[in-house]
Design a protein around this ligand. Sequence first.
Ligand SMILES: [Zn+2]
Length: 258
Amino acid sequence: MRKLSLAILLTLVTTLALQGRSWAYPIKNAPILTRNALYASGPLGPASCPEPPVEAGDVASVKNYLVPLVKCLDTVWAAQFKKARLPFVKPAVKFITKPQRACGRKWGENIQAIYCNPTRQIVFLLDKSIVNDPGDLFLMDVIAHEYGHHVQNLAGMWKAYDGLPGRGKNEYLEQTRRHELQAECLAGAFIGAVWPSLDRTAEDWNDLVAADRRSGDEIADVRDHGKGRNIANWLSRGYKATAPSACNTWIAGAAMVA
Ligand SMILES: [Zn+2]
């Protein structure tokens, strides 16, 4: 995840306040993002991905929970890419227990997992905060979100996003939010597709949506992931549709990607 300095952000906020209006940057000339074959590939799954039991405080147990989940993500997305007639390869997945350099960068603060697009690798930090509290759907959401970035990478969307022209920090940040919110929507689509095979309640789902709502840019220095309500909204859209068709953040209005 790229970060911007607070000074730049403050300048941006001041400029917007002076203009007295919100901004909108339509995505133009990027059909890979706005009309990707993945959107027309229909619903994911259905697939059976029962969750193994997981024990709090035990790294090995958390790994044992995540490994079959990654296999399930492989199966579900491989089938989807076939439907979309796009080539598919599995990502590599690495678990670490302490922050370390990954993807050529220092591990960022408050980062649980990253996806490295050149090496197609997910690196998941199994630190105390997550290992001591593994019972909710947050683990599944994190791995499915990073897998969403892998999907964007394979579908050519990561490269297209990287190559978008940006006329300043605010436009760049809005593009980054579209990219991040799409990964969260793809996570929701996966969770929705496998939901019938999970031994979960509506309350578990509502807890995850609430956690997303608390994880927005409101609590961060940088406006690069979206407001909490928007992160929750894109997760829910994916979940309800169980399909990538719900995840076209590139044509969404500015308020939905704020
Ligand atoms: Zn992300």
